[in-house]
Design a protein around this ligand. Structure first.
Ligand code: RAM
Length: 349
């Protein structure tokens, strides 16, 4: 026998419901409006537009977004994205969201520039546009929420590979799409860190793109292994790429000869850490990132924050976001996982 009030039950039912995307079906993407908190018809609608659906990283971010919506009350979260990570798919989705008159769009951009015109149109209609994870060029959004500082993320990946290889050997990068803002920024940092005397023993021989698709990433990883017989490590700064690269190294029976590192989810990497294909990898908390993104959007829509450079935004259990002079903001440091801690975090994301 439940002690919950009918109102509470109604709210809970609304929270759990995943509605079919009326008007969006058939457009090559799915949409899942998720009502959290108050089951109020006048709920404020925040759309989280991810690079693509079916990526565990963004599903964890969605869970954080739902948590924020619930904590705030009166927020409907629309979780959506194209089936493959393309700018065209996101442009189509954002066009539909404008027609639906959502209150805020928070996007992880597949291209920093291609989305700017449609996002400008959204802003001219009074919709708050923020980017998170993979940034939009400043003209297309109010501010960008970086999971961590791009410098720290790039640097950490070179440090990890240096540690694993003892600073010597050929390395390659297996990235996401060739236009992804976040991966391209990190690769830029990695190249400049590699150019320092400390890392002169590491030689970057190739950069390949798996488009954040498991099958393409796997094929590209196999290609790198075949093309570079002296390859000692693959750095994949993408949760999809790192999993595919670790599988390729395992299938080619190269565990112990070629190491994989980069950015991964503990839940997807634990087996590869135990097998030895991956010694260490890093990531930030994607749940916290999604929570912060949705919370911040609500604060701007409700005029509790201006979102201007130099200002700050209160983001609930995550504290305060400081917006830098260039309109971007960085959260925590990337955290390194290895055999000692991967299982503990695998339960979380
Ligand atoms: C993939 C995506 C995402 C990135 C993570 C690390 O899931 O490319 O944008 O931040 O990897």
């Amino acid at each position: 026998m439940s002690h919950r009030s009918p109102k509470h039950r109604l709210q809970r039912r609304a929270f759990l419901s995943v509605l079919a995307g009326a008007g969006l079906a058939g457009a090559g993407f799915a949409v899942a409006p998720l009502l959290a908190g108050n089951a109020d018809a006048a709920a404020l609608r925040v759309a989280l537009v991810v690079k693509n659906l079916g990526n565990g990283f963004f599903e964890a971010a969605r869970n954080g977004g739902l948590e924020a919506a619930k904590a705030l009350g009166g927020v409907e979260l629309i979780y959506t994205g194209p089936t493959t990570p393309t700018a065209e798919g996101q442009i189509e989705i954002i066009g539909t969201l404008i027609a639906q008159k959502v209150d805020a769009i928070v996007v992880s951009a597949n291209d920093p520039d291609a989305l700017v015109p449609i996002c400008k149109r959204a802003m001219s209609r009074g919709i708050t546009v923020l980017s998170f994870d993979s940034g939009l060029a400043p003209a297309g959004r109010l501010f960008q929420i970086n999971a961590s500082s791009p410098e720290l993320i790039g640097q950490k990946q070179i440090e990890m590979v240096h540690q694993t290889l003892g600073g010597q050997g050929e390395i390659a990068i297996l990235s996401a799409t060739a236009q992804a803002t976040n991966q391209n920024t990190w690769i830029g940092v990695m190249k400049s860190v590699l150019a320092t005397p400390e890392h002169s023993g590491l030689k970057l021989v190739d950069v390949a793109y798996g488009d954040d698709q498991s099958d393409k990433s796997y094929r590209e990883a196999i290609g790198l292994l075949r093309k570079h017989p002296n390859l000692r490590a693959i750095i994949a700064p993408t949760t999809v790429g790192i999993t595919a690269a670790a599988k390729a190294v395992t299938d080619q029976q190269l565990v112990g000869k070629v190491f994989v590192t980069g950015l991964g989810l503990p839940s997807e990497m634990a087996g590869h850490v135990h097998s030895g294909a991956v010694e260490r990898f890093a990531i930030w908390n994607p749940v916290d990132l999604g929570y912060t993104a949705v919370y911040a959007a609500q604060q701007v829509v409700t005029k509790n924050a201006s979102g201007k450079p130099g200002s700050s935004v209160a983001v609930g259990r995550m504290g305060t976001l400081q917006i830098g002079p260039n309109g971007d903001t960085a959260m925590a440091q990337p955290f390194v996982f290895d055999k000692s801690n991967v299982d503990q975090f695998a339960k979380l994301f």
